[in-house]
Design a protein around this ligand. Structure first.
Ligand code: KG4
Ligand code: ZN
Length: 352
């Protein structure tokens, strides 16, 4: 089985991994940048790309060391080249090209979202197709139908915020902490999820889809009241600091239920329409216990196998890049050294 080095720098995680073929992970190292972005309560692109420059080479060295190999043992270099923050992607792509060129091994440009869809197969059985897959992260919220590993048909995506972004904004509003998802989940555990009636958006038209902007606004009004006055003079009647701890926890629990229910409605709609063998999930929001439990019930109701990878492969990581890279290498899908980093690229739209 070929040894592949995977490199992932699309957002705020500098990651490198070694796989032996498409599914066996030999090492997976992720350096998060939460420390850098915490004070801004969100990812600052310029800080992210600078941090990748500093962190990527040590992360690659650690991945090789943990796998017990040296650069000379590698058969190919795979890199997540799209989509993502352009300055961040460029760091990974430049590193991958230099390594591939200097080692004389093939370069493989991997689509970040297709790699998330491959993640359930890491250290596990291949995914049984056809499959429906939900990606829910800080940057993406979408449902796909897959007939095989390298093709995914987009069935619906968010028309405004990603669900992880909504969790992050809710955490800022409720002063719950950073990163927002886990902070909201912790706060929600102490609250009553039926205390406040927040909107659960269901989009149905030509396409399936999601929307979280209305939920975010509803949470803001529930927490701080409806603004009084007009224009620049408008004010909220209260601050979040004025709320009792129980009221904050109730808001977090009600928000979490509404966000998870909105995801489930979208997934239910496609599961009802299509009969599939597997229901897959990926992205940081899949860490959410309530979401995982509801997806599990949904899969069982539709006689599908639930395939959600362990958390280390749900969040951004390079094992999924190396694994999918190995799969592409087996099929001769290597890339030339003029591979481009691309900020926006739908799955299947071509590699550069
Ligand atoms: O996949 P990921 O690590 O990075 C990208 O956005 O690509 O996802 C991060 C997102 C953040 O928005 C974070 O708040 C959310 O996943 N998240 C969660 C939980 N853990 C992380 N959302 C809800 N519940 C969680 N337990
Ligand atoms: Zn991702």
């Amino acid at each position: 089985m070929p040894l592949i080095l995977g490199i992932e720098t699309s957002c705020d995680e500098s990651a490198a991994a070694v796989t032996e073929g498409p599914r066996t992970v030999r090492s997976s190292v992720v350096a998060t940048q939460h420390d850098l972005h915490e004070r801004y309560a969100g990812v600052v692109p310029e800080l992210a790309s600078r941090a990748h420059l500093e962190r990527l080479m040590p992360v690659i060295e650690e991945a090789l060391h943990e796998a017990g190999i040296t650069l000379r043992d590698l058969d190919a270099i795979a890199v997540g080249h799209a989509p993502g923050l352009i300055g961040s992607l460029l760091v990974g792509v430049a590193a991958a090209k230099s390594l591939a060129w200097s080692l004389g091994v093939p370069l493989i440009g991997v689509h970040h979202l297709l790699a998330h869809l491959h993640a359930p197969a890491l250290d596990d059985e291949p995914i049984a197709f056809p499959a429906i897959a939900l990606i829910a992260s800080g940057g993406h919220t979408a449902v796909y139908r897959q007939e095989d590993t390298l093709n995914a048909e987009l069935l619906g995506s968010t028309i405004d915020d990603a669900v992880g972004e909504a969790f992050d904004k809710a955490a800022v509003l409720l002063e719950a902490g950073y990163p927002g998802g886990p902070a909201i989940e912790r706060l929600a555990a102490e609250g009553d999820d039926r205390a406040i009636d927040l909107p659960v958006t269901r989009l149905r038209g030509e396409r399936f889809g999601f929307s979280f902007a209305g939920l975010k606004t509803a949470l803001l009004y529930a927490a701080r009241g409806h603004p009084v006055g007009r224009g620049r003079a408008s004010r909220f009647p209260r601050d979040v600091a004025d709320l009792e701890p129980k009221a904050r926890a109730d808001l977090a629990a009600s928000f979490q239920r509404a966000a998870v229910d909105a995801l489930l409605l979208g997934v239910e709609d496609v599961m009802q329409r299509d009969s599939v063998t597997s229901l897959c999930g990926g992205g940081g929001v899949l860490a959410n216990t309530l979401l995982r439990a509801k997806l599990s019930t949904c899969a069982a109701q539709h006689h599908a196998t639930l395939r959600i990878p362990p958390m280390r492969y749900c969040i951004d990581n390079a094992a999924m890049i190396a694994g999918l890279g190995a799969y592409m290498l087996e099929r001769g899908q290597t890339t030339s050294l003029d591979l481009q980093a691309v900020a926006r690229l739908p799955i299947g739209a071509g590699s550069t």
